[in-house]
Design a binder for this molecule. Structure first.
Ligand SMILES: *[C@@H]1O[C@H](CO)[C@@H](O)[C@H](O)[C@H]1NC(C)=O
Ligand SMILES: *[C@@H]1O[C@H](CO)[C@@H](O)[C@H](O)[C@H]1NC(C)=O
Ligand SMILES: *[C@@H]1O[C@H](CO)[C@@H](O)[C@H](O)[C@H]1NC(C)=O
Ligand SMILES: *[C@@H]1O[C@H](CO)[C@@H](O)[C@H](O)[C@H]1NC(C)=O
Ligand SMILES: *[C@@H]1O[C@H](CO)[C@@H](O)[C@H](O)[C@H]1NC(C)=O
Ligand SMILES: *[C@@H]1O[C@H](CO)[C@@H](O)[C@H](O)[C@H]1NC(C)=O
Ligand SMILES: *[C@@H]1O[C@H](CO)[C@@H](O)[C@H](O)[C@H]1NC(C)=O
Ligand SMILES: *[C@@H]1O[C@H](CO)[C@@H](O)[C@H](O)[C@H]1NC(C)=O
Ligand SMILES: *[C@@H]1O[C@H](CO)[C@@H](O)[C@H](O)[C@H]1NC(C)=O
Length: 816
């Protein structure tokens, strides 16, 4: 239709004046006047086609359809009013405007387009004038409401899309305006295209998403289409991950342990992305926001967000690193080490573990670069400038803990001076020089040097033992121990000198009477390392092995060896006192001479008799044959076999009693009246045992001579009484000096003798082999010969040494 309108190029002007005109006088045809106009009408509306300014006398309106040459009459008026032809109905509601030749067409039809020719004849005084009015009527059609047709309403980003603005009617040319209304209702004119209803968008992108309208306009009107949505499919883009709480370090994201961490993934996409979370490549969550409540150190690692566009089946991925911060365990560790050859202190503070590294700081010395740092810091502190007992504090802090942990270290110097000592290993194989300067923090360095200054062995902390193989060459040598602590500038020292032992004795010859104890003394001087004196007896035996015999007493310098109960035969000789240390040894002899006491005198039995016929008690009296020292007596008994046919030399002697040196008589009681006995008596001087007396058996008392006996007895009694009184007086006076005698006389009077003697005294066997105490056989048989030579005896005596012997002679006269 538009083309139809446009298709009318022009209207043929070759119009012949209608020859039909009647009744009109044409005076002078002259020249015809042509007049052309163009006018536009709009379908359905009205238009006025003019034919001259005044009403002509005669006129004819002709109509030529476009594309044809034919003129057809529409209206004419030959003076008798306009005559409207049928054709007019095809053009619209056509009327002639009164008093003019102009046509008014209401409700213009599209078919009304064409060339209208008004042939007008004016009768003027100058003659008739003919006018041709050509009116080119263009019937325009208004644009109808357009609509949009898209080649693809959901194109993928990057492809192209064509939109067409469809239009039912409308006279061209039509101008198209493309409007976009974004999501945000922002209106943008995307394009204005003249006379082409298509709108190509090559390489669409997401910004093209929105409502589209097209606006079509022509000369008549303009119309806007309904909006239509263009949905661009795209994505997902590279995701964006938001971590809350937000904390970024050079290693990636970080979070404090036990916090709640939320990872939000966003990737632009249409349709919207689907999200999957991965931790170290294993899937952990589906959805955009992955939240870890109470994040732990084990949650450190790589987190990847995968965004998927399920429509396009496309995906994109982003990985972040999340480091969970946690403080180190425990507290920092402080230590102080000696450095620079024990002149300075290295204050070391270490707090390992934890992410990131804990920060450490030494106080109070906050200044200086080395006093601050991470994990492991060492500050050098000048030893000399540090007072004893200084406390250094190291504070550790960590981002993941609001607590400050600290440690402290105190430096102090050992008190006093280093101590030197030397000792030897067993058997003096090695010599050990020990030096110690204990305590202190850090510990002091200790080393040994010879007197010439050469260092010996290695240097050690606190204590140092230098081990040397024992050698006499070290005797007299000095060793110096040096000790250095950082808190003092100077080196401390102690020294020792090794010396072989030197022994001296006060008396190198000792003599003593046998039986007593003797003390040998040995003094040790100049001895280092300290050793002990050892004693060897006269047989070169170690005295410690014979403990009952030898007693050792020690003091710092001397040792006394006591030889107990000396015996003249076994204990005399050379004793050795010896001392050996690792650098030498010494030995000195001490001569011990154990002397015997002299032989006591020989004794003879002066009287031996049963004192009654009951034969239970025997009175025994004896005499000293010579003068001499003695300390006591002892009486021995021998029970004789019955009948005594032959002399039996093997009979044992039984010791009955020990007596005081001043006793000269004794009553032997409690004898078997039927037995027969022999007796002997021996004197002793301390340990020396004299010769035994002759052996005698007691005689029976006489029983016929009562008067004589009684008389003698009375006489004897008188004498005895006198003597007894004298004796008693003596004993009483010397009670303290001689208690035994006192006891003997006053304490033993009630013993009764009831022994009978059956055989004569000359039949008493004289010899006893194995005399008591001597252990040596006797060769003598007769009573006279039974007196053995005095010989040393080891028989112990009950007499305490040193008791004064008392000489008392008691003579009892009795006639037999
Ligand atoms: C468009 O024009 C045709 C022919 O003239 C007519 O039949 C139709 O109704 C018109 N459409 C509109 C929407 O005016
Ligand atoms: C739009 O695209 C179509 C086919 O892709 C093409 O024929 C037409 O010429 C294009 N129009 C414009 C204005 O580019
Ligand atoms: C879309 O629009 C935004 C903002 O106007 C612009 O930054 C972006 O580059 C555009 N995108 C494309 C693909 O043109
Ligand atoms: C995850 O990976 C990180 C870095 O490689 C590693 O330190 C962590 O131990 C891994 N975690 C697990 C549970 O494997
Ligand atoms: C360390 O000190 C000792 C004793 O003061 C000295 O003999 C030694 O040469 C020193 N060593 C160094 C490396 O300074
Ligand atoms: C601390 O550092 C020192 C050197 O500065 C090093 O000798 C020491 O081994 C370190 N300690 C630890 C526990 O790593
Ligand atoms: C240093 O202090 C300690 C601890 O109080 C003390 O035992 C030591 O004797 C002091 N050292 C000196 C050299 O004063
Ligand atoms: C050891 O002997 C010495 C010298 O004889 C003497 O001075 C010292 O008292 C004796 N020690 C003892 C405990 O007897
Ligand atoms: C003592 O008796 C013995 C024999 O028994 C005799 O050899 C010795 O000479 C006597 N001594 C004296 C001083 O009579």
């Amino acid at each position: 239709m538009v083309q139809r309108v446009l298709g009318v190029p022009y209207i043929c002007l070759t119009v012949l004046f209608l020859p039909l005109i009647q009744g009109v006088e044409i005076l002078d045809p002259g020249q015809v006047v042509y007049h052309e106009t163009k006018t536009n009408g709009v379908v359905g509306r009205g238009v006025i086609l003019e034919c001259g300014p005044t009403l002509p006398d005669v006129y004819i309106w002709g109509f030529t359809q476009p594309g044809t040459d034919t003129i057809r009459a529409v209206v004419y008026n030959f003076g008798k009013g306009p005559k409207i032809q049928k054709l007019a109905n095809d053009l619209g509601d056509l009327t002639v405007i009164s008093n003019s030749a102009s046509l008014s067409i209401e409700k213009l039809l599209l078919a009304a387009e064409g060339v209208y020719t008004c042939q007008a004849l004016y009768d003027t005084p100058e003659g008739a004038k003919l006018y041709y009015y050509y009116v080119f009527l263009h019937v325009l059609v208004p644009v109808t409401k357009p609509y949009i047709v898209m080649s693809d309403s959901s194109p993928v980003e990057g492809t192209s899309v064509t939109m067409r603005c469809g239009l039912e009617n409308g006279t061209g040319p039509i101008n198209y305006i493309w409007e976009q209304e974004s999501r945000e209702s922002q209106l943008t004119i995307m394009a204005e295209i003249y006379d082409d209803n298509r709108f190509n968008v090559t390489d669409v992108n997401r910004n093209h998403t929105g409502w589209y309208r097209c606006l079509a306009s022509n000369l008549v009107n303009q119309q806007r289409s309904d909006r239509i949505w263009l949905d661009i499919i795209f994505g997902p883009d590279q995701p964006q991950i938001d971590v809350t709480p937000y904390s970024v370090t050079e290693r990636g994201y970080s979070a404090l342990e036990k916090e709640t961490v939320s990872l939000l993934c966003q990737a632009s996409s249409n349709p919207p992305s689907q999200y999957v979370w991965f931790y170290n490549n294993s899937q952990v969550y589906t959805g955009p926001q992955f939240t870890i409540t109470k994040v732990l150190r084990m949650h450190t690692g790589h987190y990847a967000c995968l965004a998927q566009n399920t429509y396009l089946n496309t995906r994109s991925r982003k990985t972040i690193t999340l480091t969970v911060y946690y403080p180190p365990d425990g507290a920092p560790t402080c230590s102080i080490l000696p450095v620079s050859n024990y002149t300075d202190l290295a204050l070391r503070c270490t707090w390992e573990g934890g992410i990131p590294a804990a920060s450490l700081r030494w106080t109070p010395y906050v200044f200086g670069q080395e006093s601050e740092g991470f994990t492991n810091i060492t500050k050098i502190q000048k030893g000399e400038e540090t007072a004893n007992n200084t406390v250094f504090l190291c504070q550790g802090s960590h981002i993941a803990s609001n607590e400050i942990k600290s440690c402290s270290a105190r430096t102090w110097m050992p008190s006093g001076e280093p101590k030197c000592s030397a000792y030897a290993t067993r058997n003096n194989e090695y010599l050990m020089l020990s030096c110690s300067w204990e305590g202190g923090f850090p510990r002091a360095l200790v080393w040994w040097a010879s007197s010439s200054g050469d260092m010996q062995g290695t240097s050690e902390e606190n204590a140092n033992i230098l081990v040397l193989r024992s050698s006499a060459t070290y005797s007299g040598k000095a060793f110096i121990c040096h000790a250095k602590h950082p808190l003092t500038k100077e080196t401390k020292q102690c020294a020792l000198k090794l010396e072989a032992p030197v022994l001296v004795t006060q008396r190198s010859v000792m003599s003593v009477y046998e039986g007593s104890d003797v003390q040998l003394t040995c003094i040790l001087s100049r001895n280092y390392p300290v050793t002990e004196i050892t004693w060897y007896n006269n047989l070169k035996q170690h005295v410690n092995e014979i403990p009952k015999k030898y007693v050792l007493e020690r003091a710092a310098a001397w040792t006394n060896l006591t030889v107990r109960e000396t015996d003249s035969e076994t204990d005399s000789g050379q004793y050795w006192c010896s001392a050996t240390n690792a650098v030498g040894g010494a030995e000195i002899p001490i001569m011990l001479m154990v002397k015997r006491y002299p032989m006591p005198p020989n004794i003879s039995i002066s009287r031996i008799i049963y004192n009654s016929r009951q034969r239970t008690d025997v009175d025994l009296e004896w005499q000293l044959q010579t003068d001499g020292d003695l300390t006591g007596f002892f009486i021995e008994r021998q029970r004789l076999p019955e009948p005594v046919k032959k002399r039996n030399g093997g009979l044992p002697w039984q010791k009955l009693v020990d007596l005081e040196p001043d006793s000269r008589s004794f009553q032997i009681s409690n004898l078997d009246p039927l037995g027969s006995y022999a007796f002997r008596i021996t004197a002793i001087n301390h340990r020396t045992i004299g010769n035994p007396s002759e052996i005698k058996s007691p005689a029976d008392p006489p029983f016929n001579a009562y008067p004589a006996v009684i008389g003698a007895a009375i006489g004897g009694m008188i004498i005895a009484t006198i003597i007894t009184v004298l004796l008693f007086m003596y004993v009483v006076r010397n009670r303290n000096n001689n208690p035994r005698l006192h006891d003997l006389i006053f304490g033993r009077q009630n013993s009764q003798s009831r022994e009978n003697i059956n055989f004569p005294e000359d039949e008493v066997p004289g010899t006893a082999e194995g005399e008591i105490g001597t252990g040596q056989p006797s060769s003598s048989v007769s009573p006279a010969a039974s007196m053995a030579l005095p010989r040393p005896s080891a028989t112990p005596t009950n007499l305490p040494p040193g008791e004064e012997p008392v000489n008392v002679t008691i003579t009892v006269m009795a006639s037999s």
